[in-house]
Structures are given as structure tokens and as C-alpha cells.
Design a protein around this ligand. Structure first.
Ligand code: SF4
Ligand code: SF4
Ligand code: SF4
Length: 585
């Protein structure tokens, strides 16, 4: 046994684990899954719900396995009568104070509470069940809170505070009156929430659910006077398959396109095409700022959660954000201008529906500064990957049996640089691929892959020498990490030229609109890493892997926009930002 390892017994099975492991981790190493509810690895390790209790030989009472340290020589029993009785009592008490409407709850397919009750064989509740009314907060554009389904696990509070450093929700009052609420008792839409939705992704029950636009989209599809264009984001194609039993991270791009056609959309274009356009604009903007030495460092602007964070918490740095709209908004803008003019369709008769891994995009589509000169909003409805999966399942489409189909030309043709936008580091790498060629003058000695910006670490620093220019880059995901980087810059401890920030840890592959995975599933599978790997595999398979090589994007500039960052591009593809404070949301 090495020095840093300890040996203990779980239900009579010997297991060796690193010193510092918890009993929960040791049990997993022994092949035993101890049930949990409040536990989220690295984010919420409180031992407060007491579902994970175990008996320890020689110990006093029951111990919460998620926080109890494993020790050398320890003997743990996870399935005794005492343990089962305690867990059952705890769960029955939780259920007695939970508004159960399982058949009509949005989480009925993936509710951890329901799953736990089934696994523990709960077929009755011995306590008086509270007759609860819904306790709704519908003030935010992306989610609905219903505290009558809240089990006070505090997972949402932990991710909002620790991972995102926003901290606009917390537990209020004490004892039976304890409940989760937004800052100052206001609605979530009335405080400085950035709409990332990570709290929804953390919630084990239907207490936090996404706002849905499925009915409005179906109505648009059924309206013969409307031309309905659907545009899925890069990360959707490596998340959607989860719902239909595909391996985590496997690209289902072809089946996704086939499903969208069968749902009745008139055109199936690809946000990847607009991601290539984004690189033309953002790369040009970066090179221009470097040459002028102005507004440096430049931050990416693809993520609306990050944008809203900057508007609330660092309004003095808004000039450092790229002025580029996000790919979703560029896509919608070009559909309602370039495509509308090419096809002779009135822009007001076009309905653009985006499919996003993201909840903040639901807010972004309503931002007034995004309105086009022709009076249209670029995107009409932003659905999440989960909403799309519900539409597919609801239409009886047997997803696994679908053939692989291609996007519609021309706004469906993209490069490998675009598809990696969905992973943390993807926008950075795509921009570097093009900026390096522009700065070097040709692509002869310019690398295609920038390995140092890849991976799931929250902060990745890298320096590149391109065309005689030294470029100091920083790639960040998770807003708490972004805050650390900003503070280091302000303290003079760090300096960069180009910084990519994605609000969701790991980037959009881990967006809150993607199919859900419980903390246990995430301990067993690196969900975001697998999805990112799926995007990089797609990139590898593409014939063109630099955005400026996309012939359809070249044609867009030659026929319609003129120069990147030129006058016309500025109106359709760029935007401005709004300083906000706590109350100005
Ligand atoms: S959406 Fe994001 S910022 Fe808003 S409460 Fe949830 S975790 Fe916090
Ligand atoms: S809203 Fe959900 S995540 Fe937050 S405390 Fe309640 S049950 Fe837990
Ligand atoms: S990282 Fe992606 S999914 Fe998350 S808020 Fe930003 S754009 Fe949305």
C-alpha cells in the first residue's frame, strides 16, 4: 500500500482509496452507490439531507457518508436495517412536505427525488402529507421557481455562489419557514441574476424548471403564412442524444437535422455558419485593437450570461468586450436580412427559432439593442436542447432510427473552427486559427490546433507568437473563475491580450439547457469532457477547419456585407451593452 492510500472495508469488501477520501467515495470504489440528495461534488458537501447515512463499526449513531472521512482500518455498513429505516424516514418526511404532481411535472422523466423513492421502494408515506399550493416565481425570463417542490437541498444556492460568484439566491427564515428566495425577497427577474441557469441544472426536483416556448414554436410551424427557420447551436448536437439513449458526447448531428425536418421547420440552417462569421468579425476586431493598442484586453462576447455579468458587476469594463453579437444573434440577423433578400421573403414573415444548450439565450433574444434596422428582432424563440428533445419525443419520432441528413445550404455550411465553439476554448482556438493566418500573412507555418486552450480546467493561460506579434491568451469558464482573472488583472498580477469567457463551467457543452445528469452520473462520467471530445472529433472530420476558408462566408462578404467590421456588418453583426446595477436588471 502506498503512503497516500488507506484501506477500509465497505460491507465486508476491502477497498484501497486515497487518504482524504470520504466514505461516499470509498463506497463507490467498492462498487456501492450510497444514495444522495443534497450532495454535489466540490460544490455542496454539507451532509445536511441525511439520505446518505451509513453505520460505522464502533461509531456512535449514523454518519453522513458524503462528508465523513474514510480512515484506515474502518468498517462501514451501508445497507443495515438501521440505515434503511433512517433513510426511509428521512425521505418520507421530505415527501410529506413536497407538492407531488409527478405526471405533469417538467422533471418527471429525470427527477432525482422520484427516482430515489422508487429505488428505496417507498409505496406509502406514514406522515400527514401537506396540501401545498404552488409557490411560484415567474419573474425571470428563463426559469420558474416553485418552492412547493423545493426540498431545501441548497444545491442551487451553492452553484450560484461558488461556481458563478453571483449569489442572488439563498435560504431565508428558519425551521419550518425556511425557504429559498432571491436577494431582498424580490423576484429572480428583479435582481442581478445573469440567467445562466446553472441553478436549474443543479436542482434535483421540479422546484426550478426552464421556461418553455414549445407551444409558440408549434403555432408558428402550423401557420402557413410563416417561413420558419431553425438554427441549432454547436453544443446541441453532442447533448441531444443523451435523451435518446446514445452514448454521452456522441454527435447526433445528422439525426438532429432529420428530426428538425420531420417537425415541420421550413429550413434547417446551422449556427455554426454564423460562428464562422463571428470569427471573421471578432478576429478582425482583435487584430484592429492590437494594431491600434486600444480597448485591450479584448473579451469574447458570445455568452449572454457573461455579458450580463459584466453589465452588472464590471460595467466600467464594457469597452473591453468585443462588440460582436453572439452567433445566435448573428445567425438570426443574417437570416432576416441576407437570406430574406436572396429568397425574396419579407423578413417579418420569417420566424427564426434557435436551439440552444443555454438558458441565457432566452433573455438575449429579447434584448432591445439587438433589434435590426428593418425593425425585426433577429431571433423569435430560443428553445433549449431539452425542449427540442421533448418536441421530438412528443411527435413520436423514433430518433435512433432516423437517417443522417445534411443542413440546408447555404446558411448550413460551416468549418471545424465553428463546431468547437461549444467547448470552453473553442472560440479562442477558432479565433487564433484565423488571426494567426491574418497576422502571419499566409498559413504556411501557422498551427491549426492550439492544444493549450483546450480542456475542462476553469482557467487556461497560453502565449503564442504569431506574425511577429505576441498574443497572451486566457480561456475561462465559470463566472467565479472569470472574477478571479479580473481581480488578478486589476491587481497587476496578470496581463492578457485576448480572453474567452463562458459562464457555464466547461462552456456551452455544459449549458443548463442540455439534458440533465445527476451528480452521481457526473461522478461516473465526465459529461462535459465527453461532449467536448465529440465536438473536437467533428472538427477533425471537417474538410475545412478555419473560418475564413468557408466559401459561403466568403460569398456573404463579397456579395452582401463588404469588409468584415465594415459599415453593413456593423449594423447587422455588432451590438452595444447596457450598464446595470443590482436593481437595473
Ligand atoms: S440563473 Fe445563474 S445567476 Fe441566476 S440564480 Fe441561477 S445560478 Fe444564479
Ligand atoms: S430549488 Fe432545487 S436545488 Fe434549490 S434548494 Fe430547492 S430543491 Fe434544492
Ligand atoms: S456558456 Fe454557453 S450555455 Fe452557458 S450561459 Fe454562456 S452561452 Fe449559455
Amino acid at each position: 500500500m502506498s503512503e497516500n492510500m488507506i484501506n477500509l472495508k465497505i460491507d465486508g469488501v476491502s477497498v484501497e482509496v486515497p487518504a482524504g477520501s470520504t466514505v461516499l467515495q470509498a463506497a463507490l470504489a467498492a462498487g456501492v452507490r450510497i444514495p444522495t440528495l443534497c450532495y454535489m461534488k466540490d460544490a455542496n458537501e454539507l451532509g445536511s439531507c441525511r439520505i446518505c447515512v451509513v453505520e460505522i463499526k464502533g461509531g456512535r449513531g449514523l454518519a453522513a457518508a458524503c462528508v465523513y472521512p474514510a480512515a484506515d482500518g474502518m468498517e462501514v455498513f451501508t445497507n443495515t436495517e438501521k440505515v434503511r429505516a433512517s433513510r426511509r424516514q428521512t425521505l418520507e418526511l421530505i415527501l410529506s412536505n413536497h407538492r407531488m404532481e409527478c405526471p405533469t411535472c417538467e422533471r418527471n422523466g429525470d427527477c432525482e427525488l422520484r427516482r430515489l423513492a422508487a429505488d428505496m421502494g417507498i409505496d406509502s408515506i406514514r406522515y400527514e402529507v401537506e396540501d401545498l399550493e404552488p409557490q411560484l416565481d415567474e419573474s425571470a425570463p428563463h426559469l420558474v421557481r416553485d418552492n412547493s417542490k423545493c426540498i431545501l437541498c441548497r444545491r442551487c444556492v451553492a452553484v450560484c455562489r461558488k461556481n458563478q460568484q453571483v449569489g442572488v439566491i439563498s435560504a431565508a427564515d428558519r425551521g419550518f419557514a425556511t425557504h429559498i428566495e432571491s436577494a431582498f425577497g424580490r423576484g429572480l427577474g428583479e435582481v442581478s441574476c445573469v440567467y445562466c441557469g446553472q441553478c436549474v441544472a443543479a436542482c434535483p426536483t421540479g422546484a426550478l424548471t426552464l421556461k418553455r416556448s414549445i407551444d409558440a414554436v408549434r403555432a408558428a410551424i402550423d401557420d402557413p403564412s410563416k417561413h420558419v427557420v431553425v438554427v441549432p447551436a454547436p453544443a446541441v448536437r453532442v447533448g441531444l442524444g443523451d435523451r435518446f439513449g446514445m452514448p454521452v458526447g456522441e454527435s447526433v448531428q445528422g439525426k438532429m437535422v432529420a428530426a428538425l425536418r420531420r417537425l415541420g421547420f421550413d429550413k434547417v440552417f446551422d449556427v455554426d455558419w454564423a460562428a464562422d462569421v463571428t470569427i471573421m468579425e471578432e478576429g478582425t476586431e482583435l487584430v484592429g485593437r492590437i494594431k491600434a493598442g486600444e480597448k485591450m484586453p479584448m473579451f469574447t462576447s458570445c455568452c449572454p450570461g457573461w455579458i450580463k455579468y459584466m453589465e452588472h458587476y464590471h460595467a466600467d469594463m464594457l469597452d473591453n468586450l468585443s462588440s460582436c453579437r453572439s452567433p445566435q444573434q448573428m445567425m438570426g440577423g443574417l437570416v432576416k436580412t441576407y437570406y430574406a433578400e436572396r429568397e425574396g421573403i419579407a423578413p417579418e414573415d420569417i420566424v427564426v427559432v434557435s436551439i440552444m444548450p443555454c438558458t441565457a439565450k432566452k433573455f438575449e433574444v429579447s434584448r432591445e439593442e439587438q433589434r435590426l434596422e428593418n425593425g425585426c428582432m433577429p431571433v423569435d424563440y430560443s428553445l433549449t436542447t431539452r425542449e427540442l428533445s421533448d418536441m421530438i419525443a412528443g411527435a413520436g419520432i423514433m430518433f435512433g432510427l432516423l437517417p443522417d441528413e445534411a443542413f440546408d445550404p447555404v446558411l448550413g455550411d460551416s468549418t471545424g473552427a465553428a463546431v468547437i465553439f461549444g467547448a470552453s476554448g473553442g472560440v479562442m482556438e477558432a479565433a487564433l486559427r484565423t488571426a494567426a493566418v491574418v497576422l502571419a500573412g499566409d498559413d504556411a507555418d501557422v498551427p491549426l490546433v492550439f492544444e493549450d486552450v483546450r480542456g475542462m480546467e476553469g482557467v487556461k493561460e497560453a502565449e503564442y507568437e504569431v506574425g511577429g506579434v505576441k498574443l497572451r491568451t486566457c480561456t475561462v469558464s465559470g463566472l467565479a473563475n472569470a472574477e478571479k482573472v479580473i481581480r488578478a488583472m486589476e491587481a497587476g498580477e496578470a496581463a492578457y491580450d485576448f480572453i474567452e469567457v463562458m459562464a457555464c463551467p466547461g462552456g456551452c457543452v455544459n449549458g443548463a439547457g442540455q439534458p440533465m445528469h445527476s451528480p452521481f452520473e457526473r461522478m461516473m462520467t465526465d459529461v462535459k469532457g465527453e461532449r467536448a471530445a465529440g465536438l473536437y472529433a467533428l472538427d477533425d472530420s471537417m474538410p475545412r477547419r478555419r473560418s475564413h476558408e468557408n466559401p459561403e462566408v466568403k460569398a456573404l462578404y463579397a456579395e452582401y456585407l463588404g469588409e468584415p467590421c465594415g459599415h453593413k456588418a456593423h449594423h447587422i453583426l455588432h451590438t452595444e451593452y447596457v450598464p446595470r446595477d443590482t436593481y437595473n436588471v
